[in-house]
Design a protein around this ligand. Structure first.
Ligand SMILES: [Zn+2]
Ligand SMILES: [Zn+2]
Length: 826
């Protein structure tokens, strides 16, 4: 033997020996592993058994009525019971009866999706074990294993989560379904519900979309092609060159399987392979609808669908129920109010084309009945509606609400928390409430103008930002957000915990429907009502499928808060920002109105949310591109609100807002918010004594008398730079002495920057300099000049704030904290 060979042989023998030992070793390890696994499995089986039993027990059974396949027209009614819309299945789902489905299509689907469909009882044990086997193979996954029955269950429940629980429940429901339905019925349901790409469900829809003809006219080759789509419509739906290639590959595979199972002959197979598949061009794939639905009906369908899904239906089944099950939907739409709104929104007069913007302005409006929460009318854009389920600007876009947010985010919560009253006085003066900015913040809508000592009441109807911001700082972000959430507006602190929210500067914005609903508590005793668009849905036999009641939430803890807010907002319409040309009034004021205007920075969005004792209406006006409005459009939201609301109230009797018994009326001084002294009536601007309503306990206490009005002895011959008479000095003749009434801020206003203006009431502030004509000040006087330091104090006249002292412990950020500490504490 060649030594070389021997050596090689020897080495090979050793290798074999080593391999043999290794083999025994691995086998032993594997055996031990297997036995351990088995033991663990037995233990796990007990737990798993319990788990599975629990899953099965909690399975929601499929109701037989969910499976009715007839194509029956559904109806939508208005609030008076008139039929306003017929809903037919022709939308994205055309149902097909058993007899119209070709056997070739049935066989094609079975051959590719579930070969043993006719033999199993809902689940296919052979498939499950092969799926498990595949899973155990290296790189294997748990794909496949679902029978047609299971896929049907998935389509009915809409539950596609990949969890053990879902899988167990699906298998259980599949077995149950097989007990109650024939194989043919299961297959029919499956074919009518499967997703076929795009927005299309069911084989008839898909056949019309992809082949331009009914499923009953499909050739064998086309049946096989159609059957191939459902596995992965994103890949196999013939909508692109790439997909068509994939679809044809799969179609050939299906034809082969059909031949192998004997459902077609060799001759049929060969003939089908030769057929040239022609697909309809994808731009023609749209199915026409019969009549355009109104924005209201769109919203009703969206809401009903959402609630059907919440009741346990899949989205597909909910659609089928709405369009094909002959249901009756009772909407809340008031036909007369909606008609009036339609007339305004389709009238070009209210939507002027401004050349600069080169596009039509848009608007949206919602009218609600505050006592029921029912939406009475709704419109989602300019002009005649062009299609179904198109963009609804009343519910589907969010815009910055601007000052319409002040009542709900600032004033009402702060009044309700007894942090302010309608008579609380704040100094509307240049303020630096945003520490990051070197410019005054916030500025008022009338830039550079500040009105000085102002009550909350006046600040609200004149829409003064500085006072809104100071109120919000007193309130703090948590309380503001808490009240907003009670009003159906859920925002989070991270995005909307900063001061800009006080002026309606939100992270994302809010829609018109939510704004209407958020004002409901003001005219509904402080109670919010969830807006609803329908009251009930009946099935074709008259059984109640859905019943809808508006949920109510107590927003304001004090009964009088809503009343006080309404009284202040009545002045918005009478003498405030909505008083232009009487636009804030209905029936020239015979029916009481209250509301709030809103404008976003740069005039991109305009709002008016206003209400009467009958209805709440919210209107938004702006551009889809959020372009700047032109000055001639600034009143457009209010004009549209007015026109629609006049029509809505045309046949209603004059009515006032309900008087609250939970408030106290007091006379107060408008510059101190306190009980008037005899000086208040002598204010140089006129009598400063006003009447105001208070929550019990927040009214000025006896002895809490105005300390803002003061008298000063001045010289009539000498004036300062602000036009005020200078103080009477020792050199002034007695004949020049007059005694005048002035205001004297408890917290002096000091300009932070030379460029800052004085508030407009500065000329009524008590003078500090002495007569310069008859000689200087008394010898003990220290100054003859107005104080002009650079103290950045925001100037809030806190001592005039006569509310209960609830210290604001809720501060949002460190910066705001710093501001608050800067403010004088009571
Ligand atoms: Zn006074
Ligand atoms: Zn003098």
């Amino acid at each position: 033997m060649d030594p070389k060979t021997k050596a090689v042989t020897g080495s090979s023998t050793r290798t074999k020996k080593r391999h043999g030992q290794l083999f025994i070793f691995i086998t032993t390890v594997l055996k031990i592993l297997f036995i351990s696994l088995l033991l663990v499995s037995f233990a796990a089986a007990g737990i798993l058994g319990g788990l599975i039993f629990g899953y099965i027990k909690t399975t929601t059974p499929i109701k037989p009525e969910q499976l009715d396949l007839k194509n029956i027209t559904s109806f939508v009614y208005d609030s008076k019971g008139n039929e306003i819309m017929q809903l037919k299945g022709e939308q994205n789902r055309i149902l097909v009866e058993h007899d119209s489905i070709p056997d070739n299509l049935r066989n094609a689907l079975i051959s590719i999706e579930d070969k043993r469909f006719y033999d199993h009882k809902g689940i296919d044990l052979i498939r499950i074990s092969s799926a498990v086997f595949n899973f155990l193979k290296p790189g294997g996954n748990m794909h496949g294993g679902s029978t047609i029955t299971q896929q049907l269950v998935k389509n009915i429940t809409g539950d596609t989560r990949r969890t053990l629980k879902r899988k167990v429940q699906e298998q259980y429901m599949a077995i149950q379904l097989e007990k109650h339905l024939s194989k043919e019925k299961i297959l029919d349901l499956y074919m009518n519900l499967i997703y076929m790409g795009g927005n299309y469900y069911g084989v008839e829809t898909a056949s019309q979309v992809y082949f331009g003809k009914s499923v009953k006219d499909l050739t064998l080759a086309q049946c096989a092609s159609l059957a191939g789509i459902t596995n992965l419509p994103g890949i196999y739906a013939p909508v692109s060159e790439k997909n068509i290639k994939k679809n044809i590959e799969r179609q050939k595979n299906i034809l082969f399987e059909m031949k192998r199972s004997g459902s077609i002959t060799e001759q049929q197979y060969q003939q089908a392979l030769k057929e040239d598949l022609k697909f309809v061009a994808s731009d023609k794939n749209k199915i026409k609808t019969v009549k355009t639905q109104s924005f209201f009906v769109d919203q009703v369908i969206i809401d009903v669908k959402k609630d059907l899904i919440a009741s346990g239906m899949s989205p597909q089944l909910a659609d089928k129920t709405i369009y094909s099950n002959g249901i009756k939907i009772y909407s809340t739409m008031d036909p007369d109010i909606q008609k009036g709104m339609d007339e305004v929104f389709t009238n070009d007069k209210y939507f002027p084309i401004i050349k600069r913007n080169l596009q039509h302005p848009q608007a949206a409006m919602v009218i609600m009945d505050p006592s029921t929460g029912q939406v009475k009318a709704l419109y989602g854009g300019y002009g005649q509606k062009t299609g179904d389920l198109i963009l609804n600007r009343a519910t589907q876009i969010q815009r910055q609400p601007g000052s319409t947010f002040k009542p709900i985010a600032d004033y009402a919560p702060a009044i309700d928390m007894k942090l302010i009253t309608a008579a609380s006085v704040f100094d509307d003066a240049p303020s630096y409430l945003n520490p990051a900015s070197k410019s005054p913040y916030p500025t008022n809508y009338t830039k550079g103008y500040y009105s000085g000592l102002t009550t909350i009441h006046t600040a609200l109807y004149q829409s003064i930002n500085v006072v809104a911001a100071k109120t919000w700082l007193k309130l703090g972000s948590s309380l503001s957000l808490k009240y907003l959430a009670r009003n159906g507006i859920n925002l989070n602190k991270e995005n909307d915990g900063n001061l800009s929210i006080a002026m309606g500067g939100l992270h994302e914005g809010v829609n018109t429907l939510k704004m209407a609903a958020a004002y409901v508590p003001f005219v509904n005793d402080g109670v919010y009502r969830d807006p609803i668009t329908y009251t009930k849905v009946l099935d074709k036999d008259g059984n109640v499928l859905l019943e809808k009641k508006s949920k109510s939430t107590m927003v304001y803890d004090n009964e009088g808060t809503a009343f006080i807010m309404t009284r202040m907002m009545q002045d918005v319409c009478r003498i405030g920002t909505a008083s232009t040309k009487g636009l804030g009034l209905i029936q020239k004021g015979k029916i009481a109105t209250a509301g709030k205007t809103g404008t976003t920075s740069d005039n991109r969005d305009k709002w008016f949310v206003g209400y009467t004792p009958y209805y709440v209406g919210a209107t938004w006006y702006g551009y889809d591109k959020n372009s700047k409005l032109s000055p001639e459009e600034y009143n457009q939201a209010l004009i549209i609100w007015h026109e629609v609301m006049e029509k809505a109230h045309a046949n209603l009797k004059p009515k006032e807002f309900k008087q609250s018994t939970a408030v106290i009326k007091r006379t107060v001084c408008r510059y101190s918010g306190k009980t008037p002294s005899d000086l208040c009536a002598r204010d140089p601007r006129g009598n400063a004594v006003i009447e105001e309503y208070f929550l019990p306990g927040t009214e000025p206490k006896s002895g809490d008398t105005c300390d803002v009005h003061v008298t000063k002895q001045v010289c009539k011959d000498s004036k300062d730079g602000f036009g005020r008479n200078n103080l009477f000095g020792p050199g002034c003749p007695q004949s020049s002495l007059i005694e005048s009434v002035f205001v004297q801020r408890k917290v002096p206003y000091n300009k932070a920057r030379a460029a800052d203006p004085y508030p407009s009431d500065w000329k009524y502030e008590a003078p500090v300099s002495y007569c310069t004509i008859h000689g200087g000040p008394p010898s003990n006087s220290t100054t003859n000049e107005p104080v002009n330091t650079t103290d950045t104090n925001s100037g809030e006249n806190n001592t005039t704030d006569n509310t209960n002292t609830t210290n604001n412990t809720d501060t949002t950020t460190d910066t705001i904290n710093a501001i608050e500490q800067n403010q004088p504490q009571q």
